[in-house]
Design a protein around this ligand. Structure first.
Ligand SMILES: [Zn+2]
Length: 106
């Protein structure tokens, strides 16, 4: 099942813009979240499973920030949670479709 990722996604009362972006020189990264601009960036040229897990990862960071006042704020916890959630989604036949997103790469 393909799920189209919208250009804007709300976490709490905050609308995060979702874009494709190579995150400048961000070598080796797959995604990023910018809380000042409320932008979630997905690096476009990654394998689908990496992009999908990366999207979940940044959403978890957003949930942690909006609802938990960054009580987690730890890659050691966010990382396995994202991997675990993505593994279950993949098992259920869920795949994210990023084709509707703006590419803001420089
Ligand atoms: Zn992270």
């Amino acid at each position: 099942m393909n799920i189209k990722i919208p250009q804007e996604i709300k976490v709490g009362g905050h609308a995060f813009k979702v874009v494709l972006d190579n995150i400048g020189e961000g070598y080796g990264r797959r995604a990023d979240i910018d809380y000042k601009r409320l932008v979630i960036s997905i690096v476009p040229d990654k394998v689908y499973s990496v992009k999908n897990e990366g999207f979940i990862h940044e959403i978890l960071h957003a949930i942690d920030t909006v609802y938990l006042s960054r009580k987690i704020d730890s890659e050691d916890i966010i990382e396995p949670l994202a991997e675990g959630l993505w593994q279950v989604f993949e098992q259920l036949g869920i795949e994210f479709d990023f084709s509707g997103l703006e590419n803001t790469s420089r």
